[in-house]
Design a protein around this ligand. Structure first.
Ligand code: PLP
Length: 386
């Protein structure tokens, strides 16, 4: 990346880690198909299985629980299905209970009929209404699948997954957790999260794009396959494995999870510097989800009267890459369904900017965005006076 640019959009995607690049370059030169029995095939198979083990180790699950996919969107499309075999129940799944701030790939509900998807409200800080979840679980019991993310991509707000898991399991329901933004940014242990199914993506933690995993923790739940064909991934996800992508994902995952604790501490100091700086420029700055527990790498904020679209272009021209709302809809600055669910009024939500840091972010990067932001605000103020 050019030195002149300041990249602060790590929740959209993280630059490739050197460990991932190195692992991919080796894997790219493997000629075999992992399903072939000859030596070339066995070498490719070994890369895939080593990767599975590395990811399982980081999450503290069994390697057999990890299934590779093309990313989290496919992971959600696979996991969110009423057709799942369950170890502890034969009841059909007839309701999907999803928080209103889920990523669009979860909000789709996928193979659940639209009428069976029930949205759970969040409070002003983005935390899911746990009392409402309890009520819905009392209605649906074992027939419910709960889909609640670990950390929000726009605000960084962390959901109380251990409590959600407790409630879901007490009711006999299934808990699917999108852990895409948590993994590699804070400690991410499958048992601590408590979900039956975890959804992961490689590119958010410094691996390549277009690869991810679904983790069926302890095989308590087995969703019906989404992609059928050659029977790869123990017949759960067909298609020749993306060997280089999987190798890069695992290398990035291992490095990111090993450094997650340390990273979270460093990112928290940068977050404090950033948020104090934003308030010094505009005392009326609103940081969304501020009173909730948040990822320390994410700040989503707004000031009245500065539309995000204008600010993003001005920041970009000044060499600073940030995002407004969900990066998956970048290119168009649409109103964020996350902020809407949090009850943020439209005029303020239209100004929402997300700054997300990563392993290479320095104080100088924070100062660069603050200096660019100060210029935008002084231009804006002088236009108002004129
Ligand atoms: N879930 C969350 C929380 C995300 O932030 C994203 C990507 O923005 C996804 C899911 C989708 O991930 P992928 O790009 O691997 O399909």
């Amino acid at each position: 990346m050019s030195r002149a640019r300041t990249y602060l959009d790590w929740n959209a995607t993280a630059p490739l880690r050197p460990e991932a690049r190195a692992a991919m370059l080796i894997a790219l030169d493997l000629v075999g198909n992992p399903s072939s029995v000859h030596g070339e095939g066995r070498k490719a198979r070994a890369v895939v299985e080593d990767a599975r083990e590395a990811i399982a180790r980081g999450l503290r699950v069994r390697p057999a629980d990890v299934f590779f996919t093309s990313g989290a969107t496919e992971g959600a499309a696979w996991a969110l299905t009423p057709n799942a075999r369950r170890r502890d129940s034969k009841a059909p799944l007839t309701a999907l209970l999803a928080s209103a701030t889920e990523h669009a790939c979860v909000l789709q509900g996928h193979r659940f009929p639209a009428a069976s998807v029930e949205m759970l409200n969040v409070d002003g800080d983005g935390i899911v209404d746990v009392a409402a979840l309890e009520t819905r679980l009392a209605d649906h019991g074992e027939a419910a699948m709960v889909a609640i993310q670990a950390a929000n991509n726009e605000t960084g707000v962390l959901q109380p997954t251990a409590r959600i898991a407790e409630l879901a399991h007490a009711a006999g329901a299934v808990f699917v957790c999108d852990a895409v933004q948590l993994a590699g940014r804070a400690p991410c242990d499958a048992e601590a999260i408590g979900a039956d199914v975890l959804i992961l993506s490689s590119h958010k933690l410094g691996g390549p794009k277009g690869v991810g995993a679904v983790v069926l923790v302890g095989e308590r739940v087995q969703p019906e396959p989404l992609i059928r064909g050659g029977g790869q991934e123990r017949r759960q996800r067909s298609g020749t494995e993306n060997v280089a992508g999987i190798a890069g994902f695992a290398a990035a995952f291992a490095a990111a999870t090993a450094q997650a604790q340390d990273f979270a501490g460093r990112a928290a100091r940068l977050q404090q510097r950033l948020e104090a700086g934003l308030r010094a420029i505009r005392p009326d700055t609103v940081v969304f989800g501020e009173r909730a527990q948040r990822l320390s790498n994410t700040t989503c904020f707004a000031v009245r009267g500065t539309p995000a679209e204008m600010a993003l272009i001005a920041l970009d021209l000044d060499g600073v890459a940030v995002s407004s709302g969900s990066a998956c809809s970048s290119g168009k600055v649409a109103r964020s369904h996350v902020l809407e669910a949090m009850g943020v009024a439209a005029p303020l939500a239209q100004g929402a900017i997300r700054i997300s840091t990563g392993r290479d972010t320095t104080e100088a990067d924070i100062d660069a965005v603050l200096s660019a932001w100060a210029k935008i605000n002084s231009r804006h103020a002088s236009r108002k006076v004129a």
